[in-house]
Every structure is written in structure tokens, then in C-alpha cells.
Design a protein around this ligand. Sequence first.
Ligand code: UTP
Length: 296
Amino acid sequence: MTINIAVVPVAGMGTRLLPATKSQPKEMLPVGRKPVVQYVVEELTRVGMERILFITGPGKTSIENHFDVNAELIQNLRETGKEDLLVELEFERAPAQYFYTRQRRLLGLGHAISCARPFVGDQPFVAALGDSIIGLNASSDVVRRMVDIFEAEKATAVIAFEEVDPAEVHNYGIARPKTSGDIFEVADLIEKPAVDEAPSNLAIAARYVFAPAIFEAIDRTPPGKGGEIQITDAIRLALHEGGKVLGVRLHANEKRYDIGNFEAYFRAFVEFALADDKHGPALRQYVESLTNAHHS
Ligand code: UTP
């Protein structure tokens, strides 16, 4: 049986994006035309995920509303001659079922993932962070590659990795690879190393496949940085107890857009907007005129 459950944690407070996230989830911020979490779900359903479990929290109900079928809105568009906009709501019909559970205390990403346990049971599953898009317009199929390798290798965990600028390694969980290549064995993970201590520039990139054994590991993981139960610590625990952890590299055209801070969010928005079929070319001219004016 192939993996078809994806767990999408969206419970975090998004404090780095205040005030934008004071009363709306960061996962609902638009990047170009769509909210971030819609790209995430489109990526997942395209590669065969049929059950999407959101780990939510207070103030996140707009995410649930977004994936509902809004019959009233559809009728309104029909009655007011705006049928051409119906195409924008087609994502509502994705062949997926949505489930929601609340992380009642914000104890970190590891803890958020463990909230999926009663739903997932003893099956393997995908975990995809709700604030990260993979590939321009979510064009990546990395999750499919990860599931294939997970099944072929009977792994405990498969993690997506992105090559980052060495100056950036201190922001990420970094792999110590045991082997080389696009698919590699992970010897260890080092959380936010200094540049001269980093064993590689391969950064954990927001997509995982887990065997159900990860839940046991999370249960035995003490709070780490910031008092939070970190998923990286739980994976390390599984690794040190003999679990097989594999890495899959993102391709060059599968950039990871993490919108968790303003610098990254602005970059993602601009890149997606510039790539927009209808408005991109004019926006490019406009941005160029702004930057030229700035330089003259
Ligand atoms: P982050 O650490 O980037 O999210 O977690 P955050 O806590 O919202 O960010 P700041 O630091 O306050 O700005 C990455 C992903 O994990 C989820 C977040 O919603 C985000 O999608 N997460 C994090 C949870 O679901 N629960 C947690 O306890 C922590």
C-alpha cells in the first residue's frame, strides 16, 4: 500500500511576521495569487496524497474555510456573470479529504507532528510544513521521489534537503551525509551550525516521510531549543538507535520558499508575481523603473 496521508502543521504563531500575522495565519498570506497553504496542498494532492491532516491552533479557522466548497460564492459568481472566475475555485474539488486536529499547546514542530498519531496510527506518512512552497508555483514532485525511496529502502525517515549558501547554514538543520549523490544516507543532523562547523551545506527543506516509529522517538525526545520538542532531535534519536534516514536533494528548479520571515516572504512574493502570466511582464517593467530611478 502506498503512502497517501500528509500531515501539514500550521499551528505556529508566526511571530516573525507580526503584525501581518496578528489575526491571520501566516499560512494564509498570499504569494502571488494564492495563499501559501494552497500551494502546499496542490503539491501534495498532485503526487497522490488523498488525506490531508492539518495540525491547527487558535486563529487558524480561515485555513479550514479556504478548503471548503463555498456553494454560495459559486452561485454568486454565476448569477453576476462572473463565470470566468469559477476556474479560480477549482482547487476546492481536489480529490482529497481534509482533516483537522488542534495542537493544544505550542510545544514545537515535533510535538505538532505527534498530534497526528491517533489519526495516522501505524502507517507511514508525509509531513509538509504549511509555510513552505517547493518550486516556483509548487511545481515540485520531490514528495513522490521521497515516497518511492522510502518504500524501496524501508527507511525510518526520508528528508528533503536544499543546498544553501554556506553563509546561511546557521539558519537550518544541516545534514552530515554518509554517502554522496541526489539520494544519500544521513549520518547525522546538526541544528543551526556555525559555518566552519557545518559538515555540508545541505539544509532540511520542509518535507519529510516518516515511518510510524517516529512517534515513539518524539515521545522520548526532551524539549530542546526554545523549550520546544524539535522534530530534528527526534529524527536524530531514531538515527542513533539504528534507524535508516535518507536524504533527497531538491533539484536546481525546486527552490524552497519558506515564508517564515519578511525577507524570504518578500522574495517569494516578488518572484511569483514576476512569473505571473498576466501581470508578470508589466510588473517587471515597473520594478525595473523603480530600481533605475533609485540608482539615478
Ligand atoms: P516555525 O518555527 O517556522 O513557525 O515552524 P512559528 O513558530 O509559527 O514561527 P515564529 O518563530 O513564531 O515566527 C514551522 C512550521 O511548523 C508549524 C508552523 O505553523 C509552521 O508551519 N509549527 C511550529 C506548529 O504547527 N506547531 C509548533 O509548535 C511549532
